[in-house]
Design a protein around this ligand. Structure first.
Ligand SMILES: Cc1ncc(COP(=O)(O)O)c(C=O)c1O
Length: 357
């Protein structure tokens, strides 16, 4: 029995992407590697049809956190100031990154179940500014909430600040209005909505922002990575096989219809699971209109603890995911990324029957 990953990445690979890992051994100083790097960078801009004159996709060998760290530590200038919007674990991680690098920052914290409060954010921008940047997590994977970027971006534009977006668990599946939302950069990874493998991540940034960057980090210096990649070069040894998989995943992504098709596919699967679990008395903790299509969080059924649920589902071929922090006592999460289909989700729902009876 094949085990399906319903955790929020890494995902169940398609056979096409899995096979791509078996391509020839490749030295990263050979032209074939630079062809691969060029194709990955061009295709990443193509996901949101971004103009290569204005935007650059910068690859790095890291997990999603590495890309978020690179974005924050490279793009907030020495005398800049960052406002961080928090409503979950990943917003809190951005605060840790800012602290680590000694970046001047303010926090607008929310309860993990709450949507960002624009009035509070604007009040902070006005009281403690000027801010060069505002950082927000697009899809806060902690709860499955999709945070609105457009209204926040408009407020920031009016105050001369640009958005830095953690789109690690939304890039490729949720709409991102790069220009409308006054975005300077977005950080993401290969192994979530794009269906690649872990080890490759990237920042899509305005060229202007990269050119003005004075990085505080050595390895993750976005300016150096961007400059060398534009010259068909690389400062370090990249995860070559992860790049093979990323390129193949991006080809497959385009062939399947791009962001809109992936969004529609995830939405159908997420709603199938939500509806099926609701019929079994297991409720999603956020309304669909506030949730991403990528992942939903559900209340644990009364009397069932997470470990028991996890182990019983794993024995039936499904890996689900715990809540984070205190939420682990109350909820569990199901992601519908990766190579899974409606028949798989029907089997998942049937597996729940045995547990909730
Ligand atoms: C929104 C978000 N940001 C950052 C991360 C961290 O990614 P990684 O574990 O690849 O470093 C995750 C991981 O799930 C995430 O969902």
């Amino acid at each position: 029995m094949k085990t399906l990953l319903l955790n929020p990445g890494p995902v169940t690979l398609t056979e096409r992407v899995r096979q791509s890992l078996l391509q020839p051994d490749l030295c990263h100083r050979e032209s074939e590697f630079y062809d691969l790097q060029d194709e990955a960078r061009a295709r990443l801009l193509g996901v949101y049809r971004l103009d290569p004159q204005e935007w650059s996709a910068v690859l790095m060998t890291a997990s999603g956190t590495g890309a978020v760290e690179s974005m924050i530590a490279s793009l907030v200038p020495r005398h800049g100031k960052l406002l961080i919007v928090q409503n979950g674990v990943y917003g809190e991680r951005m605060e840790s990154i800012a602290k680590q690098y000694g970046i001047a920052h303010e926090i607008v914290a929310h309860e993990w179940m709450q949507a960002p409060d624009l009035a509070r954010i604007e009040a902070c921008l006005d009281a403690n500014g000027p801010f060069s940047h505002v950082a927000i997590v697009h899809h806060e994977t902690t709860t499955g909430r999709l945070n609105d970027l457009s209204n926040l971006g408009a407020s920031c534009r009016a105050r001369g600040a640009q958005l830095l977006v953690d789109a690690v668990s939304s890039f490729g599946a949720e709409a991102i209005d790069f220009n409308g939302a006054n975005i300077a950069a977005v950080a993401a990874t290969a192994n979530k909505c794009l269906h690649g493998v872990p080890g490759a991540s990237f920042v899509v940034a305005r060229k202007q922002a990269i050119e003005g960057a004075a990085s505080r980090t050595y390895y993750l210096d976005l300016g150096r990575l961007a400059k060398l990649q534009a010259q068909r070069n690389t400062p370090f040894t990249p995860s070559v096989q992860a790049y093979y998989a990323l390129v193949e995943a991006l080809r497959e992504f385009e062939a399947e219809g791009g962001v809109q098709a992936r969004h529609a596919r995830y939405a159908a699967l997420a709603e199938q699971v939500r509806g099926g679990l609701a019929a079994r008395g297991i409720v999603s903790i956020l309304p669909p209109g506030e949730s991403s299509v990528v992942l939903r969080a559900y209340a644990l059924p009364p009397g069932v603890d997470y470990e028991a649920l996890h182990d019983a589902l794993k024995a039936r071929g499904f890996v689900v995911y715990a809540g984070q922090g205190d939420l682990s006592k109350h909820l569990f999460r199901i992601s519908t990324m990766g190579d899974i289909d409606a028949a798989d989700m029907e089997r998942l729902l049937n597996a729940f029957d045995a547990l909730v009876k």
